[in-house]
Design a protein around this ligand. Sequence first.
Ligand SMILES: [Fe+2]
Length: 540
Amino acid sequence: MAVRSLQDSAIDRRTVIKLALAASIPGAWRSGHALAQPALAADPFSLGVASAPSGPGAVVLWTRIVPGLDAQIARFSKLATEDYVATRRSFVEPGGSLDVRWELAADEGFRNIVRRGTSAAPAELAHSVHVEIEGLDPWRPYHYRFLYGDAVSPAGITRALPAQAKRLRFALASCQHYEHGYFGAYEAMRADDPDFVVFVGDYIYEGGPRDSRFRIHPFPSARTLFDYRLRHALYKLDPSLQKMHRHCPWVLTWDDHEVSNDYARDTGEDLDIDGAARRTAAYQAYYEHMPVSANALVERFSDVRMYRRLAAGDLAAFLVLDDRQYRDRQACQPQGRGGSSVVEDNACSERRDPARTLLGPEQMGWLRRELSATRSRWTFITQQTAFSRMMRNDRGHRFWTDGWDGYPAERARVLGMLAEARPPNPVVLGGDVHTTYVCDVKSDFDAPRSPTIATEFCGTSITSPSSFDARRMAALVDANPHVLFGDGMRRGYLLADVSAQNLQVRLRAMDDVTQRVPKVSTAGAWIVEDGKAGAHVLQG
Ligand SMILES: [Fe+2]
């Protein structure tokens, strides 16, 4: 199916990839292809700016030219589904490619410009701009901004990952559900001043409105490219989120809600017939709204390579995984629907089927090679969901089938790789479950005395709630002795300080997720010493 069926413009996917690659390379786009810069009545930079580290000495800068966004959102808000669809049908997206200028400077005042250029913002990519810059001084802060006509974007700060580093600080975040609060956690995160943010998925939620919530999604469930663009725009308008993107670069991967709940390859929870087209549309909108390198586009938007290695010199390597795009469907799905469930071990032998995969064979092969090759002091396996066993001991031995517990043979293969390759100080980072977990990663979770071969920190969520209250959490921790800490009640993020000697991680928890600027305090702190897998409590 061509992209044409998903949006108004007539363009095939291969052309989109060509556009993306050409548009992202500074100077590669001939201005003859682009329109002159017509003046815009409204601010074209209302979605802000963002950046991400890519290869050594390299960053991606992002913005999207979208004037009059407030009016567009208002026009589509709170309509009945059929009215929304009719309005969507009559909506004409602005066409043409725009020339957008950009500047990278050594100083805040943009007096000392280090690089400047012009990049294309093609209509086919929602007038998004992706600028790939190489050859930067590692770890040096640079200021960047975009210019279009008379408009100047807000300025952001970026930096390429260090060639060498004595220490670095990053924040681990995930799961920002619009309906459950403001993204005020980012106000405190900014004050904590991380070098970069590691975001492990659920940047948007795709669902329709639910009445009982703090604020409601004003649109029906996202299914088409138009819908996902509107959804990303809605989320990106959060001022705290925009400020955090301006503060530092982000290391990104995605989870399920960037497409649909619990999706596995092309199958979502509702077993939709248009799963492949929906996923392709969602991936394209994600690309259009994020500082993702055009090199991630393998061939088309149905095949985007998010798994990659990012190295912070000899101090830390981040092996970023994608556990959605290549996974088998969740085991023992309930009759008539896809997605996950909680299954009793004896009632679901499919869960243990060694043929089932979570990462897919290619990514597993890549991970094996990377784990063997990495020499950085800390090896961060940066992925979406809870890794360690989280057995529920009520009513038998029960497991949730969406996380690694749903794919125990694949997890055992990764544990085997860790035992064999022995990468320096492996630490699993995760999200998805709206719960903070600190775990000793055992070589065999069913044998409590087996060696601890890695450490796991699973982040809480920016806003999304957990169903694990204190009583349920205590029972889960009790049933899983490798879980040192579990908390489903606190929203916020994890703050990690990395040095050659140790890794220190703090749970930064908000008092009230419905405040624009909540109070944030440290609700737990742990340390992992160099050379010794497993966490120890510093506070909490
Ligand atoms: Fe989530």
